[in-house]
Design a binder for this molecule. Sequence first.
Ligand SMILES: Cc1cc2nc3c(=O)[nH]c(=O)nc-3n(C[C@H](O)[C@H](O)[C@H](O)COP(=O)(O)OP(=O)(O)OC[C@H]3O[C@@H](n4cnc5c(N)ncnc54)[C@H](O)[C@@H]3O)c2cc1C
Length: 407
Amino acid sequence: MRYVIIGAGTAGLEAARTIRKEDGSARISVISADTYIHSRCMLHKYIAGERDEVQLDFTEDNFWDKFDINWMKGVKVCAACPEEKVIVLETGEKVGYDRLLLANEADSFSPPVGELRKASNVFGLRNLSDAQAIVKEAGHAEQVLVIGSGLVGLDAAYGLLEKGKKITIVEMAPQILPVQLDDHAAEAYQKLFERAGVRFILGRKASEAVCGHDGKIHKVTLDNGEEIPCDLVIVAAGVRPSSAYLEGSGIACERGVTVDTHMQTNKPGVYAAGDITGLSGIWPNATEQGRVAGKNMCGIPEMYTDTFAAKNTINFFGLVTLCVGRIREEEGDQVQIKEDRRQYKRAILRQGKIEGILLQGDISNAGTWQYLIKNRIDISGIQKDIFGISYADFYQVDETGRYEWVV
Ligand SMILES: Cc1cc2nc3c(=O)[nH]c(=O)nc-3n(C[C@H](O)[C@H](O)[C@H](O)COP(=O)(O)OP(=O)(O)OC[C@H]3O[C@@H](n4cnc5c(N)ncnc54)[C@H](O)[C@@H]3O)c2cc1C
């Protein structure tokens, strides 16, 4: 059986690993535009100069030989023809398959503001090549403007702080990390970044940017008319699944490539996993989707069930935060908060069930919270402080000595 995987990120490689475990005689090819295997989550360390290209690799030693996988690196796929069971490479070469996995990520989105998209000193941060371009440009830049204060924007700023740059971050929401955190937890990070020298402008949008004679943007104008001088601009305003090459293939796409619970697309033998599905934008989910897709590609039915809730772990300046589920409260919710010098914890409950948890400073018992949210466990019978809940509150030992769930 010929398995072809487009994308050498965590989704693609986890699928390849899984296929090899299930099918010893499989012929597996991974095709990637990347020439280095790298963790996107570690790109800030590359920008900061703390890791080189090789140290961003997240695979085990000898990965390709160990799993007997053919890696076609530095190669872009530009079309897929499911009816003929082939994909087309940029070179015009066609590659046939029996099972195909689309695991080729999302692209940075650059908002249509003035000449941002055509300037030579404006970058997204998605791939190693973006990080390399940022490092090169940063070599002769003093003032950096970051548009967007989500995880990617803060990662970029974090890396560039190490290089001693003067950084301004513009965010249209009234707080930083608006998708991931409530305003209180976000403020803790804002203070840490400010202490390190970063200036934040919240509740404002970039509205104009004009290239100079050198093809670079030297100032960006905000929607209140304020002009921010800059030598380097990083746009971290979100991502879009990179599914343009599938146009005309008949593979259904909405927010991303549409998949069923088995990670299969509408075309037989074609699967998708990771950021390209638009199901989630985080590493652990992409990995799990790759594993599930790999199983199904081998004919072993398994469902992807981890769609229950958003999950994020954030760590800047040693302050760690974990969020699972909803962070915004809605009418009818009950919110419980615990805070002291060491930690901030906030739970959103609805009809006795936890809908969302935010743990900052102390993320112990994270597994319990995840379990309670995923399985929609009713905890209204628990009398103690809910922040003291642990697995022990829900299990009892049955007569055979096994633990059983009792709520
Ligand atoms: C800066 C940054 C920081 C992040 N931090 C975190 C974090 O702290 N925690 C977290 O959980 N998640 C984080 N994420 C998100 C996480 O990295 C992604 O969810 C994860 O990498 C998705 O994996 P993937 O396999 O779907 O795609 P990717 O890892 O993006 O891999 C995609 C692969 O597809 C290849 N490719 C793309 N187009 C083509 C083509 N046309 N032909 C051939 N190959 C192609 C690429 O070369 C690459 O090999 C971060 C992302 C970024 C960008």
